[in-house]
Design a protein around this ligand. Structure first.
Ligand SMILES: Nc1ncnc2c1ncn2[C@@H]1O[C@H](COP(=O)(O)OP(=O)(O)OP(=O)(O)O)[C@@H](O)[C@H]1O
Length: 307
């Protein structure tokens, strides 16, 4: 079942197109990472999914409902970790979660929910004394109450230490495995890369690409970079025309060969040897999501400058 579907989703603020013509589909059981630089339109998109902001154009369905005509039906089944959330400093962590269960009409045990986010030992403490990361864990616990069909997490990694980041990753996978869709926005590429089935890259209101991380790697033309150290740099002008090689650079006794086809590496190495060089070392650098993200957003900027 589709958890989120948008068609031509658009939001204008005067001359600013915060979100432009976005078509998006996220399924139940899927973890979808929503990436983009500041001002890309991520929060505006999330706010439209939850009817906190009204679109100026396009269609939206969340869990089969139009949030504009049926916001309650949507919010009842969605667990939300908003960008800015309110906690009550004098109340305990347990009281916060109990409050969320009352609102949801859920019979979840608040202590069990707090244990999932690593706050079991702090259940009785007033949250006024909580650190930033502990507050973030508590807000996440409140979003988990009631087994939502869709989790919408706006920058969920904020303030989390490495242990908290692991807890978050495990929780996200558990929720997807029980059939929930997880839609989260983030600037932290390694978090997104580790946990997402697919990612969408937003820039200046436009959804530039939607794919798996591997899919983005192969369409960007740089799945990985082969770094081949040689005793003497040979003439490799023929290499760039090889299918599967998207770029060749020479750098301090090494050739850096960007490969769009991961299967081309052995062939590339034998061609370097055929050109008369002795290969002294070979290293493979996978293109990470941060590189891909920079590539997509820089390309979009270059197109705008050209236009
Ligand atoms: N209420 C508003 N009035 C006018 N412009 C707005 C409003 N809300 C958002 N915008 C504009 O819409 C664009 C997208 O903003 P949005 O907050 O959705 O970006 P974002 O991707 O969530 O950014 P960030 O990562 O910084 O949170 C920005 O240019 C922003 O200035």
């Amino acid at each position: 079942m589709t958890a989120i579907r948008t068609e031509g989703l658009t939001k204008r603020y005067g001359d600013v197109a915060a979100v432009r013509d976005v078509d998006l589909e996220v399924d139940r059981g899927e973890v979808f990472g929503f990436l983009g630089p500041n001002g890309a339109g991520k929060s505006t998109t999330i706010d439209m999914l939850l009817d906190f902001v009204r679109p100026t154009g396009g269609e939206i369905r969340v869990l089969g409902h139009d949030p504009r005509s049926d916001p309650r039906a949507v919010r009842e089944r969605v667990g939300i970790l908003p960008e800015g959330y309110d906690l009550y400093d004098r109340l305990s962590a347990r009281r916060h979660v109990a409050f969320a269960t009352e609102l949801e009409g859920s019979d979840d045990d608040p202590d069990a929910v707090l244990a999932r986010v690593g706050l079991a030992d702090d259940a009785d403490r007033a949250v006024g004394g909580f650190s930033k990361g502990m507050r973030q864990r508590l807000a996440l616990a409140m979003a988990l109450v009631g087994e939502p069909d869709l989790l919408v997490l706006d920058e969920p990694s904020g303030g989390l230490d490495p242990n908290g980041a692991t807890v978050l990753r495990d929780l996200v996978r558990e929720e997807a495995d029980r059939g929930a869709a997880v839609f989260f926005s983030s600037h932290l590429m390694d978090q997104v890369e580790a946990v997402c089935d697919r990612v969408g890259i937003m820039n200046r209101g436009e959804l530039l690409a939607v794919d798996t991380v591997d899919g983005l790697r192969s369409t960007s033309g740089s799945a990985s970079t082969l770094v081949v150290s040689v005793d003497e740099v040979p003439d490799v002008s023929g290499l760039t025309v090889t299918d599967g090689v998207s770029d060749v650079a020479v750098e301090e006794g090494a050739l850096r060969i960007a490969c769009s086809d991961p299967g081309i590496k052995a062939d590339v190495i034998s061609r370097i040897e055929d050109a008369g060089a002795s290969v002294t070392d070979i290293d493979v650098e996978e293109t990470d999501l941060a590189d891909l993200f920079a590539e997509y957003t820089n390309e979009a900027r270059a197109r705008e400058v050209d236009a």
